[in-house]
Design a protein around this ligand. Structure first.
Ligand SMILES: *[C@@H]1O[C@H](CO)[C@@H](O)[C@H](O)[C@H]1NC(C)=O
Ligand SMILES: *[C@@H]1O[C@H](CO)[C@@H](O)[C@H](O)[C@H]1NC(C)=O
Ligand SMILES: *[C@@H]1O[C@H](CO)[C@@H](O)[C@H](O)[C@H]1NC(C)=O
Ligand SMILES: *[C@@H]1O[C@H](CO)[C@@H](O)[C@H](O)[C@H]1NC(C)=O
Ligand SMILES: *[C@@H]1O[C@H](CO)[C@@H](O)[C@H](O)[C@H]1NC(C)=O
Length: 215
């Protein structure tokens, strides 16, 4: 199989003297071929190797698992795993699924020590003297506006910066707005949805939430 071919040892592994092939063996042996976790996407990446995909997950605190499509070197990092999102774990030809926990932390190099927040991702800084990584904003988090129902989320939806998701209002709420939520570059959602209901209205008044300021 393609994935079992020898991978070059990334530069930061060499520098930490981690025995590459030995420590990666458990991760490879637990790969789930022909499976994918659906609709729990943080971000996706094109033209990356499988190991880079795993590393992307290791440097992103919110990430729990990855889906990888070998044919297109396409990587998806997920904010849940198959245990926490059982119903979204499904057969999907050509994909492999892998969990973050099955890989050694050291694969993340300097970022294995990072103190990045849940909505950030750690980036390596190769040439800086004092600090070898930095934390940059990665996503808008899971939308938690009252009355919102995320069951209408589509396959390509993601919570990463500049991505969007489709939402609707929960049963008993009436919806206005397109239902599209855009993750802005400042890490905050632009909610093009208002869910109104008895309960929702009450909450709005209570906290003086700017319920009606959406476009
Ligand atoms: C899945 O995610 C949960 C919650 O983050 C975690 O406790 C668990 O160890 C993960 N992996 C498995 C295999 O359950
Ligand atoms: C992580 O931090 C500890 C203590 O600050 C240090 O000893 C260790 O070398 C660091 N590891 C990496 C990979 O930077
Ligand atoms: C969310 O939407 C789904 C499908 O549209 C529906 O079956 C479910 O009952 C809704 N959940 C809530 C809490 O409104
Ligand atoms: C990112 O997460 C931190 C800690 O959870 C929080 O204080 C901060 O407001 C978040 N940033 C954005 C842009 O949401
Ligand atoms: C609610 O917010 C508006 C605008 O932000 C403000 O003008 C108004 O005084 C606030 N009302 C209360 C009761 O806090």
């Amino acid at each position: 199989m393609l994935l079992f071919q020898i991978f070059p040892c990334p530069w930061f592994l060499i520098s930490f003297l981690v025995p590459c092939y030995g420590s990666l063996q458990p991760g490879f042996s637990k790969l789930q071929r022909g499976y994918r976790l659906d609709r729990k996407l943080i971000q996706s990446f094109t033209e990356v190797s499988f190991l880079d995909c795993v590393i992307e997950c290791l440097v992103t605190p919110r990430c729990k698992s990855v889906n990888y499509y070998k044919g297109a070197n396409f990587c998806e990092i997920n904010y849940e795993n198959k245990t926490t999102a059982e119903t979204r774990y499904m057969e999907s030809a050509g994909w492999v699924y892998s969990e973050k926990e099955h890989w050694p932390k050291e694969l993340a190099g300097a970022c294995s020590n990072s103190t990045c927040e849940i909505n950030q991702t750690c980036k390596h800084k190769r040439y800086s003297e004092d600090k070898f990584f930095e934390c940059v904003l990665s996503d808008c988090g899971i939308p938690d506006q009252k009355g919102i129902n995320l069951s209408s989320i589509k396959r390509e939806d993601a919570i990463g910066l500049h991505r969007r998701i489709h939402a609707s209002c929960a049963d008993g709420y009436s919806q206005s707005g397109s239902g599209r939520l855009n993750c802005q570059s400042n890490g905050e959602w632009k909610y093009n949805i208002v869910c109104e209901g008895e309960y929702a209205t009450m909450i709005c008044e209570e906290v003086n939430y700017s319920c009606f300021s959406f476009e």
